[in-house]
Design a protein around this ligand. Structure first.
Ligand code: ZN
Length: 304
């Protein structure tokens, strides 16, 4: 299968763009979905980028005929609404469009099913950092990576070591994905064979270590552990299945694996960490943990 497509995020290919333009110009579709063309086009771009609409090869059909129908778009909108726990109206109402505009991970929600679960065969992984997103000092980013991997090691039987030479198993870097909001970060899933993977942050988002009340602040640790989960070949857990760090939408209250994430990882074949303690059940409200970084050594630890 096409691994690039699984992690392409908002990088729509020409076929998907052509489909979006074609359907947006379809008056019947606009009327059936009770929305205007720009909203419809944005919605189709979103549904295509995140896997609800599966593009077929351009060369096979000349254009995206399978998506050119209001009924099929409506079905895909309903699939999105079902995943996000919204009323399954199939219409691009305000709550649906708002959900599509919320900050989220760039990896698709709908993946192609595979017969065999894919996990890392080795238990000791290396990571390297190519560059850093602005907004936080490098030492804080380093502390976040260290703390995030330590959390994973305390949950599953995996070990992460930073390296500065050679090809690491996981390369972390920052680049422009889509600017502030919407997609925050994305990461590759393991296709098998312990292949090297990447994890990237959007350098246009406002990354913070803790919330100060300013607008558009994104907690880096939450997003990092989520993306690191993708590197373990974790798919998104639909919000309708419960609160999870692997929910596709960013939630500042969820900054470590939840029971649903742990169960998912174990079901894939990862072993529980030896001597590790399972995460506590999620609580509503402002529950969160705090990251403390030693200013002198740069070492970070999770508290609370
Ligand atoms: Zn994700």
């Amino acid at each position: 299968m096409n691994r690039k497509k699984r992690t392409g995020g908002l990088d729509l290919d020409a076929a998907a763009k052509a489909a979006a333009q074609a359907i947006a110009g379809d008056k019947q579709a606009s009327e059936m979905l009770e929305t205007d063309a720009p909203d419809l086009q944005r919605a189709i771009s979103y549904l295509t980028a995140f896997g609800y609409i599966q593009p077929l090869p351009l060369q096979a059909f000349g254009f995206m005929s399978p998506v050119l129908g209001a009924a099929s778009i409506k079905t895909n909108v309903q699939a999105f609404q079902r995943t996000f726990g919204l009323d399954e109206t199939g219409e691009l109402d305000e709550s649906t469009l708002n959900a599509m505009a919320a900050p989220r991970c760039g990896c698709p929600d709908v993946q192609m099913m595979r017969a065999e679960p894919v996990i890392w065969r080795k238990r000791e992984l290396t990571y390297g950092v190519q560059n850093y997103a602005p907004g936080l000092p490098r030492s804080v980013w380093d502390g976040i990576f260290e703390a995030g991997y330590r959390h994973i090691s305390e949950t599953f039987d995996l070990k992460f070591t930073r390296v500065t030479s050679g090809t690491p198993d996981i390369t972390i870097f920052a680049r422009r994905i889509d600017g502030p909001g919407s997609v925050l970060a994305q990461a590759q899933l393991q296709p098998g064979g312990d292949r090297p993977l990447w994890l990237q942050f959007d350098d246009g988002d406002r990354w913070v270590e803790r919330l100060s009340g300013g607008g558009n602040e994104i907690l880096a640790l939450n997003v990092f552990i989520h993306e690191a989960g993708h590197n373990l070949d974790f798919d998104h857990i639909p919000p309708q299945s419960g609160k999870a760090l692997m929910n596709p939408m960013y939630d500042p209250r969820v900054d470590r694996f939840q029971p649903a994430d742990v169960q998912y990882g174990l079901s894939k074949g990862y072993r529980p960490a030896q001597g590790g303690t399972p995460p506590p059940p999620p609580t509503d409200g402002a529950w969160r943990i705090t990251l403390e970084v030693d200013k002198r050594t740069g070492a970070a630890r999770l508290v609370g």
